[in-house]
Design a protein around this ligand. Structure first.
Ligand code: NAP
Length: 318
């Protein structure tokens, strides 16, 4: 294990002197970088675990500039990970990947956290509510459930943060708000409520939860809850232009489209191939992955971004 930079940057004025240490895995990722930033804003000592060689990358440099202790660790070594977890109040995982990451690497991280005597663990779930979905309805959720079984059997306090879909995906990656033809594409009911949370809000909430020793097993948040019909209103308000609803079919037809897409373009090694994104949307449109009840009010001070605000801001930038 290599310590790339010691944590020498002073904490912001007003920080508690005995600041807790949070160990963050996946800190170089999109969500991980935001969680790291919000932990530092709360005056917390952060130790970011990165893969060998990643300590010289721009993401690691940005973490170090914020006063974060960046450690290169061998994720295949429980001993290495145990040393890296020593002294932490909580291990937060923002890793992303398939079985070798979500189940295998996270299991070694979990084993290390337990061996190091860390009291709390936040796994890389950050999704719709997979706890209520049948096995086989979403490949990536099945992996999370598999890790969940190991986590729940371990002598550590676990908290999963469920946030629905990252709202930023509505800006293009998820084909729901179609800006070109000005359509809201949906399957099933136009009145099914859907959960969306920005990555920043997810990171803010995760940082607060990492410091809260009283968290329950699950925390559910949604920056905004909007049905396809409400997305239509939000898109119209944000752009000042009319949007129409576009419903190619019901959920059964969507299931057939997903099967066909998977057969034609399986991409088994991709974390988010098109059919996986479609499975995610199917889970949301069916209402089975709906988050309830919401814990948005648990940490005062978080200002939740709405879909309308997000779409308005993205108009300003285009
Ligand atoms: N709810 C939603 O709509 C939504 C959407 C997207 C993602 N997510 C979830 O949010 C979480 C974070 O995703 P993200 O988009 O921030 O992912 P990301 O940007 O791809 O970052 C993934 C992180 O995991 C690390 N990593 C990947 N494979 C690894 C391995 N084998 N060993 C050690 N580290 C490894 C990466 O390290 P390197 O930098 O070295 O590659 C990086 O730090 C995941 O749980 C993901 O499923 C949710």
């Amino acid at each position: 294990m290599t310590s790339v930079a010691p944590d020498q940057t002073p904490l912001p004025a007003g920080s508690p002197t005995a600041s807790p240490l949070i160990v963050l895995a996946g800190a170089t990722g999109a969500l991980g970088l935001l969680i790291a930033h919000h932990l530092r804003q709360r005056g917390v000592h952060v130790r970011a675990l990165v893969r060998p060689g990643a300590g010289t990358r721009a993401e690691a440099a940005s973490l170090q500039l914020q006063g974060i202790d960046v450690r290169e660790v061998n994720y295949d070594s429980v001993a290495d990970l145990t040393e890296a977890c020593a002294g932490a109040a909580c291990v937060v995982s923002a890793l992303s990947g398939l079985r070798e990451v979500i189940v295998e690497a996270q299991s070694r991280l979990l084993e290390a956290a337990v061996a190091a005597g860390v009291p709390r663990f936040i796994p890389s779930d950050f999704s719709a509510d997979f706890t209520r979905l049948p096995e086989g309805s979403n490949r990536n959720f099945d992996l999370r459930r598999e890790f969940q079984r190991r986590l729940d059997a371990a002598p550590i306090q676990a908290t999963s943060i469920l946030n629905g879909m990252f709202m930023e995906l509505l800006k293009g990656q998820a084909p729901v708000v179609l800006q070109g033809p000005r359509r809201i594409l949906y399957w099933g009911s136009a009145d099914q409520p859907l959960d969306f949370t920005t990555m920043v809000n997810t990171a803010e909430f995760t940082a607060a939860a990492a410091l809260d020793p009283t968290t329950p097993r699950y925390l559910r948040v949604a920056g905004d809850v909007a049905s396809p019909r409400e997305l239509q209103a939000a898109a119209q308000a944000a752009t000042g232009k009319p949007f129409k609803l576009l419903r190619p079919g019901g959920l059964g037809a969507f299931g057939v489209v997903i099967k066909l897409t998977k057969a034609l373009a399986p991409a088994p090694n991709e974390v988010f191939p098109p059919w996986q994104g479609m499975q995610y949307m199917h889970n949301m449109f069916s209402g089975q992955a709906k988050l309830h009840p919401l814990d948005n009010a648990r940490y005062p001070g978080i200002r939740w971004t709405s879909v309308r605000e997000l779409l308005t801001a993205s108009q300003g930038r285009s």
